[in-house]
Design a protein around this ligand. Structure first.
Ligand code: SF4
Length: 210
């Protein structure tokens, strides 16, 4: 996909010399326009109850991407993903693995907070998933980590259970992809900390090899 934009750019440069109206599209521009488009999205009923769309943040050329479920109250207020209690725990997990938040990209399956943090409905996932798919295409991560059941079932297998598939590598979206428990689940059940740490160590080791 990046080559496509490179070719578009090169083609654009050549055509600019020919004084045509072609405007080159750089990956940065494509990412900014996607972000602007998503921030204005009103494609499902979740937007009406949310303060703002939470696009995601981080390195838009990240080799490692984390995908959670949906914004909660803190994320809705701040417009940033994983900034509440679960986000702080994710920060600690990343720090323990010596991975900085700035070097990865973090987002969710659903970009607007569902009312009372309810599980997003199938049609809401269907409406929002194209945004994530376009993020993945532009960022082109080598590793995707699904945090929790919704990300796992949306990106790996709609029947997958995190407790069964976690810690295993799959291939999706031209990337290696692994599921692990959502940090919010760790806050509720401390026994999930060990398996998550095992998974993160595998992810870190694979990431360091890239
Ligand atoms: S949840 Fe997704 S599809 Fe629905 S309005 Fe928000 S950004 Fe658009």
């Amino acid at each position: 996909m990046k080559n496509k934009y490179l070719f578009a750019y090169l083609g654009g440069a050549e055509k600019a010399v020919q004084k045509t109206a072609f405007s080159p599209v750089l990956p940065e521009d494509a990412f900014s326009s996607l972000k602007n488009e998503v921030l204005r999205c009103n494609s499902c009923r979740l937007r009406a109850g949310a303060t703002q769309v939470v696009f995601g943040e981080g390195n838009n050329r990240a080799r490692l991407m984390f995908v959670g479920e949906a914004p909660g109250a803190d994320e809705d207020r701040q417009g940033r993903p994983f900034v509440g209690a679960a986000g702080k725990l994710l920060d600690k997990i990343l720090a323990a693995a010596k991975i900085s938040r700035e070097e990865v990209f973090i987002t969710n399956i659903i970009k607007c907070r569902p009312p009372r943090n309810r599980m997003p409905a199938k049609e809401e996932v269907a409406a929002c998933l194209p945004h994530l798919q376009r993020q993945i295409r532009l960022i082109a991560p080598k590793i995707i980590v699904c945090l929790g059941a919704l990300a796992t079932q949306t990106l790996i297998d709609d029947k997958a259970r995190v407790s069964v598939v976690r810690g295993q590598w799959f291939e999706r979206y031209n990337a290696r992809i692994m599921a692990t428990f959502h940090p919010a689940a760790l806050l509720r059940d401390a026994s999930k900390k060990r398996p998550v740490w095992e998974d993160i160590q595998k992810i870190r080791d694979e990431y360091r090899l890239l």
